[in-house]
Design a protein around this ligand. Structure first.
Ligand code: IVH
Length: 812
């Protein structure tokens, strides 16, 4: 890197005396010079000017801009950070979602997978289905869009629906062709596969990083991810990334009719494909291949964490389709977790955003499967008691893929003398409020989780809530990582998520907080290493860059989809799926708010959930029981008689009666239980909310609890004033399907597909599949030898179609 000579002659003139032309020329020259120094500092780690000189350049540059604001063009340094353009990765929607894989951990899981595939396709056990089997590469998946055979866009997986645009970085990967050649290249195709770093390249990179006192990576996968997510493609270019093609997304045509044919086409077009892929037809052969790869694993030049099996024929893949986030036609057979033994030095209690106290084992660092592990999860207090884990114990630690390491068991022989069972704290370690175990409304049992009762007065909960709010699948505010959230919280600059959007009003205070933190960190580092830090950018300059970076990231997220917004609020039991479902069902914030507010007064109490938690009792039976027991005053008789009448009135079958009796011994107890459940039953408004698909009574109750708290409601309103919410993308495909929203009943035996497959297809097209015919049924599909359901349909006048008609309807 050559750095421009300082433009000395101009600099002798005071800024105030510069003519516009002189200012423009000096501004440009200074810009280039500073950029050169930045690059030398950040990329090459080889600064060429002193701290003071750099500062002087920067000050003059800004003074010129202050006097001639017109010079603040797009490539002004105030728009850049370090050597990299301050342009965060854009988002790329995946036309076909990028899914994950279901996992198999044992041989019987694999046999079950093969059997399941055959069952679904309606094949007999002895009929053959071909599968491909190939290594599961431990990297990160990437989707590469080719238009007219030319590489256009590359995106990471992201949340599966949309990823980050990493096009510029991917261009630097030698394995990824710029143009596809050979026959069969479609007009448009998303080629998908794994970006990874070879083991040897990873070792060499870490050695280089360590020598330069830069971050070293825990494993090749992290190194690959860190290298790909660089803002500066020239850094990615200097990191040796590789790519295997193994899948595809949207394509205007396909060059083959099988999985292995597709992979062969990828190879022909110029991609690297994995040479260890085979095609076999039985579960036994899949397992044999798995074992051979397991043996080869250590000598492979790249990390793998299992083997992936896929149904070979694409027509069968299409029929099999997907269940939630993974395809039915593929499975990942994972290698067993790796284990190591070490000493448990202490048990830390962390407090999460919902107040959950989570025990974390602090371990003497140990390498497990190539990664240094110093912390492991202990799950909860019952687990600690069950495994009798004590401080000072020698324990077995296990790590599987990217899962959090766990303490599996204690090695009893190595227990130090005099050790005592661990006592789980009953007060919150952060705010000292009581920590209690609730009755879990899902199971009616005492919750395994102990929670701090401090609510918003507990700083740990507030910090975790803000962290969740800015996290990847929520608001995704880069530059506001865990450390900065803590820093800003400690400095009293943010108390809740809404404060993030007004933070720019306290720029000076933010700068000061960052500055103090940086000073403290640098001092610590100097103490630890005995090395004096090199200063090129002044501390203030660096702060300035970090902070501006953060403000831009915040501004970039002032527009957000409704689903992400709801998820970001961190409401208990409202995960990503539920949040999206709510956003799709209500579309507007107003409709959502109205529905939740209406549900609040009539939300059910604990006793109602205890009734729902009884096996075989669903909402319908619970409602019927509540009606019946409320009517009981008309019956005079013994508890036995009353209960019998109630059961009859509620149309409870014998299985349901048995379950109720298992839970509560004695007729009087059951009556009392049903009485309290009935007194706690939800209103119709609550049921409407609970009936939204993917919501259910538990999440609905948590939503009500959330908005019933004034401070939450206030936060919700405040945020609405700060961000712009865009409706969740409507699922157009579903809307257009001829059976969307219809209730369909299948009866008789179908010839072309199994009952399960027919059900899956109908659901994919937005229909609901019922098990019996009623007036609500829209359509009955009658196969051969259809019986009573067909009669029912004819009686009530529900439309009946044949299997052939059904097939032509769904393939239109
Ligand atoms: S197939 C629709 N094949 O594993 C399924 N995935 O756990 C598409 N992976 O996100 C994936 N090696 O990143 C497939 N040979 C392979 C793979 C592989 C690694 C990753 C991929 C995926 C994850 C799922």
């Amino acid at each position: 890197m050559t750095v421009a000579e300082p433009s000395a002659p101009l600099r002798s003139i005071e800024v105030a005396a510069l003519s516009p032309a002189e200012a423009a020329s000096e501004h440009a020259a200074l810009g280039a010079e500073i950029a050169g120094h930045d690059a030398a500092y950040y990329r090459e780690d080889a600064p060429v000017v002193t701290d003071a000189d750099y500062d002087a350049l920067r000050r003059r540059y800004e003074a010129i801009e202050a006097r001639f604001p017109g010079l603040k063009g797009e490539d002004s340094l105030s728009e850049r950070v370090g050597a990299a353009p301050l342009e965060k990765f854009g988002k790329v929607p995946h036309k076909v979602p990028m899914l994950s894989l279901d996992n198999a951990f044992s041989e019987s899981d694999v046999e079950e997978f093969v059997a399941r595939v055959k069952r679904f396709l309606g094949l007999a056990a002895e009929e053959e289905v071909a599968f491909t089997s190939e290594p599961k590469i431990d990297g990160l998946s990437c989707s590469l869009r080719y238009v007219g055979g030319r590489f256009e866009v590359a995106a990471t997986r992201g949340d599966g629906a949309e990823g980050e645009d990493v096009t510029a970085n991917v261009r630097t990967i030698a394995d990824i062709p710029e143009r596809l050649h050979g026959h069969g290249v479609p007009d448009v195709i998303d080629v998908r596969g794994e970006i990874y770093m070879a083991k040897a390249d990873f070792e060499a990179l870490n050695a280089r990083q360590a020598a330069a006192e830069e971050k070293v990576f825990a494993n090749p996968r992290n190194a690959a991810a860190g290298s790909l997510r660089q803002l500066d493609p020239s850094i990615t270019a200097s990191r040796p990334l590789k790519f295997f093609a193994y899948a595809w997304g949207e394509a205007t045509s396909l060059p083959a009719e099988t999985q292995h044919g597709m992979v062969e086409a990828f190879a022909r077009w110029g991609f690297t494909t994995n040479p260890l892929m085979v095609r076999v037809t039985t579960a036994a052969d899949l397992l044999a291949h798995y074992r051979s790869i397991e043996v080869e694993r250590a000598t492979l030049p790249y990390d793998i964490d299992g083997v992936v099996y896929k149904v070979d024929r694409l027509d069968l893949q299409r029929r099999l389709g997907f269940v939630s986030r993974s395809p039915r036609w593929a499975i990942a057979h994972k290698f067993p977790a790796e284990q190591a033994t070490t000493v448990l030095e202490a048990i830390d209690i962390q407090v999460g955003r919902t107040g959950a106290l989570t025990p974390v084992a602090k371990l003497t660092p140990v390498t497990v499967g190539g990664v240094v592990v110093a912390n492991a999860t202990l799950h909860n207090e019952d687990e600690i008691a069950r495994k009798d884990i004590r401080v000072g114990d020698t324990v077995v630690v296990q790590r599987a893929g990217d899962v959090i390491p766990q303490v599996v068991r204690v090695i009893a022989e190595k227990r130090p003398e005099g050790s005592k069972p661990y006592k789980f704290p009953h007060v919150c370690p952060v705010c000292k409020s009581h920590a209690v175990r609730d009755v879990d409304i899902k199971t009616g049992k005492v919750d395994v989780v102990r929670r701090c009762t401090g609510g918003l007065i507990c700083p740990a909960q507030a910090v975790e809530r803000i962290r969740h709010f800015v996290s990847r699948n929520a608001f995704d505010i880069e530059g506001l990582g865990d450390e900065n959230v803590q820093l800003l919280f400690d400095a009293g600059l943010i108390h809740n998520p809404a404060d993030i959007f007004t933070l720019h009003q306290h720029r000076d205070a933010v700068r000061k907080a960052f500055f103090l933190k940086r000073e403290e960190r640098a001092r610590q580092r100097e103490e630890q290493t005995g090395r004096v830090r090199k200063k090129v950018l002044s501390e203030e300059e660096r702060n300035f860059l970090d902070i501006e970076n953060m403000f831009i990231a915040i501004d970039n997220r002032r527009k957000i989809s409704f689903g992400r917004f709801l998820f970001a609020l961190g409401i208990r039991d409202v995960g990503e799926v539920t949040a999206k479902a709510l956003a799709k069902a209500f579309i507007t914030v107003d409709a959502f708010s109205a529905a939740v507010s209406a549900a609040v007064p009539g939300r059910p109490g604990e006793a109602w959930f205890r009734l729902l938690s009884i096996k075989k009792i669903g909402t319908i039976s619970a409602e019927a029981l509540a009606d019946a027991i409320s009517d009981r005053t008309r019956t005079i008789g013994s508890p036995e008689t009353i209960l019998r009448r109630v059961f009859e009135a509620a149309k409870l079958n014998s299985g349901q009666r048995t379950e109720l009796r298992l839970e509560h011994k004695g007729d009087i107890e059951i009556i009392a239980f049903l009485n309290s459940a009935a007194a706690n039953r939800p209103s119709p408004e609550f049921q409407t909310l609970a009936n939204v698909p993917d919501v259910g009574p538990v999440a609905a109750a948590s939503l009500c609890e959330f908005v019933a708290e004034d401070h939450n409601w206030l936060l919700f309103q405040k945020l609405l004033g700060q961000v712009q919410i865009v409706p969740e993308e409507a699922q157009t495909a579903l809307m257009e399907s001829p059976v969307a929203g219809k209730i369909i009943v299948f009866t008789g035996s179908l010839q072309k597909m199994s009952r399960n497959e027919a059900k899956a297809v109908a659901e994919r097209l937005g229909a609901k599949v019922g098990s019996s015919v009623s007036r609500k049924t829209d359509l009955v599909v009658a196969g051969a030898e259809a019986g009573s359901k067909l009669d029912d349909a004819r009686k009530i006048g529900v439309k009946v179609i044949s299997e052939e008609e059904w097939l032509s309807m769904i393939t239109e």
